[in-house]
Ligand binder design. Structure first.
Ligand code: PEP
Ligand code: CO
Length: 462
């Protein structure tokens, strides 16, 4: 038997015809047009020389955890902002987001009796796909805002010019975010002995507070009980693993962060652990699929209501030709009204192919709508319904829902309607902060974790 170290040196099937820049020969969607190509090349050169944000060891350990999730031995919680912006790289925003994710994972661990893989949509989630390349206001047409890594949201010609220097700022802010998250976790912030550290200020007033507090004290009792039995402190409860993810949309940035490392074969995107391909850039012959094909990271692909079984199987072949465990996650985002019609054929085709994937439900992106006063919002009832239907459809198809992908924040925003406090259209005006998609606020996020647990428990009983 080769040692595990030797095994990591063995290429499974290294794509020989692939380089970090081979995507350039394919049609690329959603990329900005940089007016100054020399400045773009200089920025890429600068990025290539900077230290990586994550390591290949962490990437491979996440892949292992995702492989376990595929087998039903873990559940994935992936969440964070729709888009980070440079202004929100602050202590409060980062630590509140981390707290919500930790609280949700506590609810999931407690209720599902499964270890949770925690993946943040942060430390690099700065590029956004848009439905149109330009935006027109009062007869003036400008390039659209594509996220802080590309340009600025203000509606002026200067703000909207794609500026490659923003990639260096995005990289630095991603590093600051990672640094703070890592320090908080290493410093004991995520210690299961002290979940009370994760309380957000307004948890006390929440209609969900009582149920949550019961879980926290139940968990504290369980930890103390185990320690009494073992006669020692359970040390690995002192810290949890936390991984990062973002939509790897801006290929010049991703390319510059793609490296080879000593004692490992192949190429890693070292700007994040878990990059994903958005629904608008998942074409089989497109630049994004070409780029992702050559990475050793675990990768995700969003699957929308127009995906066909045939396309999906071909995508699986290109992105995971060796059927490697943990490699490929399929993140379905159909919408509450379409999931029952669209998902079963895909589940069935993948199950019959025998290919290994991790199925993840994104109940956000198929449920976006606009209110009469112009807010982009999502109804909590639709989010709930999509999650519940996802569990049921997987059970009926003989497949397994292995995780959820959510847009949320630790801030007290009012962007999605409904939830425990029954937010209405009028409430949206009070604290709508997102420049892109509406996020679950703290309470709605916690409520989502609770409903996942209830639905999972129902499945376990039937
Ligand atoms: C997103 O995750 O923010 C996003 C744009 O999703 P999708 O590609 O599923 O539309
Ligand atoms: Co979004």
């Amino acid at each position: 038997m080769p040692s595990s170290n030797e095994r990591t040196l063995q290429p499974v099937n290294l794509p020989e015809d692939w380089q970090p820049e081979s995507w350039r020969t394919r049609p690329a969607k959603q990329l900005p047009t940089y007016p100054d190509q020399a400045a773009l090349a200089a920025v890429q050169e600068e990025l290539r020389a900077l230290p990586p944000l994550v390591t290949s060891w962490e990437i491979l350990s996440l892949k292992q955890q995702l492989a376990e999730a595929q087998e039903g031995r873990r559940f994935l919680l992936q969440g964070g902002d729709c888009a980070e912006n440079f202004g929100d790289c602050t202590s409060d925003v980062i630590s509140n987001r981390l707290k919500v994710l930790l609280q949700m994972s506590l609810v999931l661990v407690h209720g599902m009796r499964l270890p949770v893989v925690r993946v943040g949509r942060f430390a690099g989630q700065y590029a956004k796909p848009r439905s149109a390349d330009t935006e027109t206001r009062d007869g003036v047409t400008l390039p659209c805002y594509r996220g802080d890594v590309v340009n600025a949201p203000a509606f002026t010609p200067e703000a909207r010019i794609p500026d490659p220097r923003r990639m260096v700022r995005a990289h630095a802010r991603s590093a600051m975010t990672m640094n703070f998250v890592r320090s908080l976790i290493d410093g004991g912030f995520a210690d299961l002995h002290h979940p009370e550290y994760w309380g957000l200020e307004w948890v006390g007033e929440s209609p969900l507070a009582e149920e949550y507090q019961r879980m926290v004290s139940g968990l504290g009792d369980a930890v103390r009980f185990m320690e009494t039995l073992a006669g020692t402190q359970v040390h690995n409860l002192n810290r949890v693993d936390f991984y990062t993810s973002h939509e790897a949309l801006l290929l010049p940035y991703e390319e510059a962060n793609t490296r080879q490392v000593p004692r490992q074969w192949g190429w890693f995107n070292l700007s994040t652990h878990f990059p994903w391909i958005g629904v608008r850039t998942a074409a089989l012959d497109g630049a994004h699929v070409e780029y992702f094909r050559g990475l050793r990271n675990p990768i995700g692909v969003k699957v929308g209501p127009t995906s066909t079984a045939d396309e999906l199987l071909r995508l699986i072949d290109v992105l995971n030709p060796d059927d490697e465990p943990g490699r490929l996650s399929l993140i379905h985002r159909m919408g509450a009204t379409q999931i029952a019609e669209r998902l079963p054929a895909l589940l069935d085709a993948v199950r019959r192919s025998g290919r290994r994937v991790l199925w993840i439900c994104d109940p956000m992106h198929g449920n976006t709508e606009s209110t009469s006063n112009g807010y982009k919002t999502r109804r909590f009832d639709n989010i709930r319904s999509e999650i519940e239907q996802a569990f049921e459809l997987h059970a009926a198809a003989g497949t397994r829902l292995g995780g959820v992908h959510l847009e949320l924040t630790g801030e007290d925003v009012t962007e999605c309607m409904g939830g425990a406090r029954a937010l209405t259209e009028i409430d949206l005006e009070r604290a709508y902060k997102s420049q892109v998609d509406p996020r679950l606020n703290y309470e709605q996020a916690l409520e989502t974790a609770m409903l996942i647990v209830r639905k999972h428990a129902q499945g376990a009983r039937t």
